[in-house]
Design a protein around this ligand. Structure first.
Ligand code: AMP
Length: 397
């Protein structure tokens, strides 16, 4: 149950509402290549406009590390947002984010107006949760709304610090939707409940694997991290990705799965090549007999069958991390076939952000999934059972 105040619980008419959005969009040559994060924030922005708020938006973009780097300006976001809203979004261009010009622009706002501040990470204090910057942000607002799920795992000035200096702190619709989907999936899943985890590293998913073993019926492991699990069972993995320090951890996870009666699946075969390249020959071998001079870059055909069969009766599927190096056409099949299988199932399918979301988009299956998270890191931390500081700072109902 989402027990935080939302924008439905507050009155914003005539008030200055500072909204932390996640507008951290991918840019190429100054153009936005994927505006999902902007479109995902529209319901909240539209509601606040309709309710007569003075809507002041803020976000970070990239990692300018306290420098006002022009290529990380939010100017392209202001333009795209204006088009999507069909109304002017005033871009408060200011390298200091909250300078005198911005204060004047906010003073001049009327009900329903929208202003977008410059990249909050132009200020070095932002990522240190600096009190001065938090106060400056708070000075612009009567109400603070956090809708930046993708940044909720960061305790920064614009996600948590500012909340201490504003009387009313509520969640936006996107934050609520993300927490509802991810929270319901893990706390109240329709069973059987399967999790599919991939990606490059065991180390980045330790708390997720551990936590999910308490919740799921089936846990499927693929991607680069699978080879550490294979090695932990005594297999030869050649030059495949290996995190030696996590062999014991993997052994413990096999034991935990057994104790919890969870079906823990690791690959049985794999596509290997001599180099991390799409230009060299590849072939399929048993996963525990990879030649010394080769590396596993995708799950093999037997594994694909095994995994698709394992999820076919699932009613809830949570997916985070690709099954192979899906960015290269020779190694995309495992990720693509699993994504297609999930898309075809009559089940709740939840895609953790980051690379799995990118893969689903690459294969044009977005519309077939129940929910695609806008936050990779945030969803991993949430699924790992960790508190999200951005969420914690929102007032309870
Ligand atoms: P992560 O950032 O940990 O979610 O991992 C995503 C990355 O893992 C993607 O860029 C994939 O290309 C990469 N990946 C998946 N499988 C493998 C593999 N077998 N070997 C190396 N990298 C992989």
């Amino acid at each position: 149950m989402f027990n935080k105040k939302t924008i439905d619980d507050i009155n914003v008419k005539g008030k200055r509402v500072l909204v932390r959005c996640d507008f951290n969009v991918p840019l190429k040559d100054g153009a936005i290549t994927d505006d999902t994060r902007i479109t995902s924030s529209l319901p909240t922005i539209k509601k606040l406009i309709a309710d007569g708020g003075k809507v002041i938006l803020c976000s970070h973009l990239g990692k300018p590390k306290g420098e006002p780097l022009p290529e990380m300006s939010l100017a392209p976001v202001a333009k795209r947002l204006s088009e999507l809203l069909g109304k002017e979004v005033v871009f408060a261009k200011d390298d200091k984010v909250v300078g005198p010009g911005v204060k004047a622009a906010v003073e001049a706002m009327k009900e329903g107006d929208v202003v977008l501040l410059e990249n909050t990470r132009y200020r070095a204090e932002e990522t240190k949760n600096g009190e001065e910057f938090s106060k400056e942000l708070a000075s612009l607002a009567d109400v603070f709304v956090n809708d930046a799920f993708g940044s909720a795992h960061r305790a920064h000035s614009s996600t948590t610090g500012v909340a201490s200096f504003v009387d009313t702190v509520a969640s936006g619709y996107l934050m609520k939707k993300e927490i509802d989907f991810l929270g319901n999936a893990v706390e109240n899943p329709k069973r059987p409940f399967a999790a599919v985890l991939g990606g490059s590293k065991v180390s980045s998913k330790i708390s997720v694997i551990d936590n999910l073993l308490d919740k799921v019926d089936i846990l499927i492991i693929g991607g680069g991290m699978a080879y550490t699990f294979v090695k932990a069972q005594g297999g030869s993995i050649g030059k495949s990705l290996l995190e030696d320090d996590y062999l014991d951890y993997c052994k413990k996870m096999f034991e935990k799965a057994k104790a919890k009666n969870v079906k823990l699946l690791i690959p049985v075969d794999t596509v290997v090549a001599k180099e991390f390249s799409n230009e060299v020959p590849n072939h399929v071998v048993k996963v525990d007999a990879i030649p010394d001079d080769e590396m596993g870059l995708d799950i093999g055909p037997e594994t694909i069958k095994l995994y698709i069969d394992a999820i076919k009766d699932a009613k809830t599927i949570l997916w985070n991390g690709p099954m192979g190096v899906f960015e290269m056409s020779n190694y995309e099949k495992g990720t693509k076939d699993l994504a297609q299988a999930m898309a075809d199932l009559d089940a709740i399918t939840i895609i953790g952000g980051g690379d799995s979301a990118a893969a689903v988009k690459q294969f044009k299956l977005e519309d077939k999934m129940t929910h695609i998270s806008t936050g990779g890191g945030a969803s991993l931390e949430f699924l790992g059972g960790e508190e999200l500081p951005g969420l914690a700072a929102i007032q309870d109902v």
